[in-house]
Design a protein around this ligand. Structure first.
Ligand code: G3P
Ligand code: MG
Length: 247
């Protein structure tokens, strides 16, 4: 089994949601902080607005992390552009904008960060989101090493691959299913990304045999990360940039 090669070396830690402990998650402030602390690779979540534009957001709705209301998928770009995505984390970040994928891509390139773009489709929009995000990634990263593109959604990953065949993909699972090896092979996936809590050693042994690196989320304890590394995990996703700088 041989996946599409990433044009950059996998690290031992990725800043999860740009690093959501010290800075507001999925924001440009998070990217800046991750770079300042020496992280090389960041993960962030991407969803489509009512206008079909990719924005960085984890939840389907805006309430937890911004001063907006309702589903991002039902909100127009002109409304999203005026939202505050910082104050909900801490008043010191008031005024931090909700970023578009275009803005995040430009800042990653400026800061020398590589990315794992996680496609997070709103309900009923999996194929559309996969296709649009894949095309945008190709456009926004033109002339730069492509990010790793992942999704829990099979339909989103299939659509991404159908639109942009050269994208390095990651199969992302809460719990790997029985046909994960077949999925990895058909997508020519570069990595297998899994929930650290549900990762068993049989999967790690099969992944090692297949030559596919395993990335585990979300690990906020350094000793737990060392234990996962000893079991064969290549990298962990962590929110705790304060603890994992230099890991
Ligand atoms: O991609 C790894 C991880 O981000 C998946 O979980 O819910 O934080 O997007 P979530
Ligand atoms: Mg994510």
């Amino acid at each position: 089994m041989s996946g599409k090669r990433l044009a950059w070396a996998l690290p031992h830690v990725l800043a999860h949601r740009c690093g959501g402990a010290l800075a507001p998650e999925n924001t440009l402030a998070g990217l800046r902080l991750a770079a300042r602390l020496g992280f090389r690779v960041v993960e962030f979540d991407v969803m489509l607005s009512a206008d079909g534009t990719p924005w960085l957001l984890h939840d389907e709705t805006l309430e937890r992390t911004t001063n907006g209301r309702g589903p991002l998928a039902a909100t127009a770009d002109r409304v999203l552009a005026g939202l505050d995505a910082g104050a909900a984390h801490h008043p010191a970040f008031a005024g931090e904008p909700l970023p578009t994928l275009a803005a995040a891509a430009a800042l990653c390139q400026q800061l020398g960060l590589q990315a794992n773009v996680e496609i997070k489709p709103a309900a009923g929009r999996a194929a559309e989101t996969g296709e649009v995000v894949a095309r945008c990634v190709r456009e926004f990263w033109a002339g730069h090493p492509l990010p790793l593109v992942s999704s829990f959604s099979r339909a989103a990953l299939d659509a991404a691959r159908a639109s942009v065949a050269e994208l390095p993909l990651a199969c992302l699972y809460e719990q790997v299913d029985d046909d994960w090896r077949q999925r990895v092979a058909e997508l020519e996936a570069a990595t297998l990304n899994v929930d650290a809590k549900r990762l068993d050693d049989g999967v790690l042994a099969s992944a090692r045999e297949a030559g596919i690196p395993v990335l585990a989320y979300t690990v906020n304890d350094v000793s737990a990360a060392h234990a996962l590394r000893r079991r064969g995990v290549q990298a962990v996703f962590s929110d705790r940039l304060d603890l994992f700088a230099g890991f």
